[in-house]
Design a protein around this ligand. Sequence first.
Ligand SMILES: [Fe+2]
Length: 429
Amino acid sequence: MKGVTLPTETVFVMEASPIKFGLGATDEIAYDARRLGLKRVLIVTDPHIAALGLPERVRALLDEEGVKADLYDGVEIEPTDRSMEEAAEYARQREFDGLIGVGGGSALDTCKAINLLTTHPAPLLDYVNQPVGRGRPVPGPLKPLIAVPTTAGTGSETTAVAVTHVLAHHVKAGVSNRLLRPALGIVDPLNTLTAPPEVTAAAGADILTHAIESYTTRPYNARAKHHPPDRPAYIGANPASDIWCEKAIEYVGRYLRRAVLNGLDLEARVYLALAANYAGVGFGNAGVHIPHALGYPIAGLVRDYVPSGYRTSHALVPHGVSVVVAAPATFRFTYATAPERHLRAAELMGVPTAGLSDREAREALPNALRALMRDVAIPNGLTALGYAERDIPALVDGTLKQPRLLSGSPRTVGGTELAAILHDSLHLW
Ligand SMILES: [Fe+2]
C-alpha cells in the first residue's frame, strides 16, 4: 500500500488521559503525585473553590506524603488571555515539577496554560489556534498535570484543549495540542456537590452539546486523508467516540434535572461526573462543531448579562449556556445529514421517536433539548442573554473566526446559514 494516496481518511486515533474515578478518589492524590515523580507542585484554582477549602485539603494531603505545594487561587472565571498570562507570571516566580488544577473548566484550562507558558515561554497568542492566534505547535512535552474537576461539564481533565477569551478580538479561542492532555484526571463526584443549581445546569448543558456535536460531526472517514504528523486531535465521529457520546447523552438526559433540583442527589452527581468525562473523551477525539463555534462569540461579545449562581458581578455568559443556546437550531439544520443519529440522540435523552412524521422527526432532538433547558432554567434564547437581531452580523463574524470547529460541521456552513441559526435561537420558547 505504500505510496498509494487514499482520497478519504481510513484511520482514527483514540487518546484520553488516565482517569481515576469515584467517591473519595481525591484522598489518593498524594499517592498519585508521588507515582508521577512529583516533589513540589503548583495547585491552581479560583477564589471561590479556594474559599470552599478543597485546594487546602489537597495541599494538606500532599504535605502528609512529603510533596510540597504552592497555591495559586487567582484564576478568573471564563479566563482571558490576560488572566492566563498573569497566572503564568505568578507561576514563573515559583519552582515546581508538576501542576494540580482544582476547579471547573476555567481553573483546569488556566492550569494547562500555565504549564505551557512556563515550560515553553512565549505569548499565549502564539499558541492560540489560527486565525485568532498564530497557531504555533507546542514544542515539546509539558510537566505532569493532575486535573481535579469540581463541576461535571467541561471534561477538561481528559482533553487536549485550553480555551481563553482573547480580549483584543472579543472572542474565545482555544489552544489545542495533544501535549496539553493531563497526566491524570481525578474525577471525584463528591467534589461536585457544592456546585450551585445554575452552575450544574450550565455545565450539564456543556456535556450534552459536547456529546451531541461529537456524535453528529462529519465522520472521520468523510474527511481528507492526513499524514500522521498533520492529523488533528479532532478527527471526526468514529465508532469509538460514538460509544462515549451515546452514554454521555443518556446520563445527562436521565440525571441532569435531578442534580439541578437537589445538589445532594449523589446518584445523579455520580452519573453526571461520568457523563462529563465520557463526553470529554468523545469530543476530545471526534471534535465539536457549530454550537461551540457559535458559543465563542456569544460568550465573547457579552455586554451586561450577569448570570445568577456564579458569584460574579461582571458580565459573562457561562460556557455551557453559550454553546447550548444555539444547539436546537443547529441540530435542526444538520438533521438531514444523518437523521438516524439525531433521532438516536433524542431517544437517548428519553424521548420516544417511533412513528413520527418527517417533520416531527426533524424536531425531535431540538424539542428534547428545549425541554431539558427549560426544566433546568437555562435562559430561553439569545435575547435573554442581551442580544438582539442587530447583533447577529457581529456574532457571525466571530463564529467565522473558528474555522477549525466549523470544518467539523456535517453540512457546509457559511455566514448565511449561521445567521439563520442565530435568528432561530433568539427565542427558544
Ligand atoms: Fe464546551
